[in-house]
Design a protein around this ligand. Structure first.
Ligand SMILES: [Cu+2]
Length: 329
């Protein structure tokens, strides 16, 4: 091959790759960072990610209305006041074929909950450690410039501790109730379907995801099954930056069975029938993709719960913030 021909071939190849990269590389080709399993990869691609999520909960609700600690203390010895949860999530994705993307996610969770007793004494309990581990396969049904559709086959492994202890007025090493535990204790299936549509500078997406508990854990209870629905719209402001708006709806059941070591008269968080509910949230986010095809992305999403219906008294989720970094190669 002559030098001239070689240079033409190289130029044609570069032009082709740049066009392909330009078509795929848009900041909103990934959903807002709070959505999991939202995108697939092309054959041979890897991605690693780190997400930090912080969520605050409180006050207590019964149905859709907030109730005071005094109202909770009319029926219980202890009232939860508020709770924060911080999660560090490390993920890896790999696509063995264009159709199939594999995903794994490790979680490290830190939680703390403030309480007040009938005597007026306040105390805080903390728990931290690895949560349940996520493994999933994403199967792409449609993937072209304007539509992406894939199925999510997810599984959650019970790596999170359920015998979580801390000091309370009951004792220096008390067993903590259900919401302070780091995992479900059960193998869970997470089936889902995800769709994204691209139209000029705009994109739209939706995802439905279930959580189905497959068995009963070692402490004789099963967390409620869960349904998560979300839909979003994003607009590409520049080739690197997009802004998004998203709505979520979640519905989850009460606990079946019970950990017999907990006293359900003590505190609402020890009651298996005060765990279920539903909520809707509204979120706004930014996705930034570094220029030059280096494969790095940064994203942030913030939102607030706008409506809820809880089997109460139960602490309601209030607001949440997610920061993420993703690197594809
Ligand atoms: Cu990815």
């Amino acid at each position: 091959m002559s030098a001239h021909k070689l240079s033409l071939t190289l130029r044609a190849w570069c032009a082709f790759s740049l066009t392909a990269a330009a078509a795929m590389a848009r900041p909103d080709s990934h959903a807002p960072i709070g959505v999991m399993g939202d995108h697939t990869h092309d054959r041979g691609e890897w991605m690693t990610s780190y997400r930090y999520m912080t969520m605050s909960m409180g006050p207590n609700y019964n149905g859709g209305s907030s109730i005071t600690p005094a109202e909770v203390l009319a029926d219980f010895m202890v009232a939860p006041l508020n709770m924060t949860m911080d999660m560090h999530m490390v993920g890896a994705m790999y696509a063995p074929t264009d159709r199939l993307t594999l995903m794994a996610m490790l979680n490290y969770i830190e939680m703390d909950m403030d309480h007040v007793t009938r005597m007026g004494m306040e105390f805080t309990t903390k728990s931290d450690g690895f949560g349940d581990t996520g493994l999933s396969a994403l199967y792409s049904l449609i993937k072209n410039d304007s539509n992406h559709l894939h199925l999510n086959f997810g599984m959650s492994l019970p790596t999170g501790e359920i015998d979580v202890r801390d000091a309370t007025p009951m004792g220096p090493n008390s067993l903590l109730p259900y919401p302070m535990r780091l995992g479900s204790g059960t193998y869970d299936l997470k089936p889902g379907i995800t769709w994204a549509h691209y139209e000029g500078s705009w994109s739209f997406g939706a995802q439905a995801m279930g959580t189905i508990r497959l068995d009963e854990n070692d402490r004789d209870y099963t967390l409620g099954d869960r349904l998560d629905l979300t839909t979003w719209a994003a607009i590409k402001l520049t080739d690197e930056l997009s802004v998004s708006a998203r709505l979520t709806y979640a519905n989850w059941g009460d606990i079946e069975g019970a950990d017999a070591r907990l006293n359900p008269m003590m505190v609402p968080t020890a009651r298996t029938d005060l765990r279920g509910g539903s909520e809707s949230a509204a979120l706004i986010g930014l996705n930034y993709e570094f220029p030059g095809g280096v494969g790095h992305r940064l994203a942030v999403e913030y939102g607030q719960v706008i409506d809820r219906d809880l089997d109460g008294p139960q602490l309601g989720n209030d607001d949440m913030l997610t920061l993420g970094w993703q690197w594809s190669f």
